[in-house]
Design a protein around this ligand. Sequence first.
Ligand SMILES: [Zn+2]
Length: 234
Amino acid sequence: MLATLSLSRRAEGSMTDSKAREAVCRFARSLFERGLPPGSSGNISLRLDDGGLLVTPTNASLGFLDPARLTRLDAGGRLVSGDPPTKEMPLHAALYETRRKAGAVVHLHSTHAVAVTLLPEINPQAVLPPLTAYSVMRCGRVALLPYYRPGDPAVADAIRGLAGRHAAVLLANHGPVVAGDTLEAAVFAMEELEETAKLFLLLRGLNPRMLTPAEVDDLVRVFGRVDADDDDGH
Ligand SMILES: [Zn+2]
């Protein structure tokens, strides 16, 4: 797993511009075809070799992206080419700022993950209990932040307040945002997060058997801790 992750990060890091654009559009369409981003909601960013970003444009449906119109930002966040970026750019920027290994960020308004943010009993440091091995491996501990108007720069301060301790964050009454080492890792973690939220809702009130702390420790020992953002975390 360690070798696979670092190999895929290197492969993505050396992607040509056109391959990076194709990858963003392909994963975006995959999420759209699963019904996860309603309307023109949801946005994706991919960090490039020069420290700049490739970002999905504002008001663009993830199902119908044009590779040539993706937003290209330089390392300082200035527009280089393409359409204006998603208005939720502050969210993405704050995750890259606090998680230096992040290679991609995905944000959606997916139904089950949003539903969980509305429940009264949620622990904001660990929203979802350890229901499955893959939710622990791909998402780690999921944090909950309070409601902010979409695009409100204050959400960036809230993300900074988490100090990079979470790879997956839920915004109350809004949706999930996930950072990954690679675009594939971020997308797969987002899908795992949505399915785990669905399981959590299905099992609510049924007293399900969670993974035990020893079983979670065993996963972390073998596969690393995805929510860590240091060299020992993977
Ligand atoms: Zn949003």
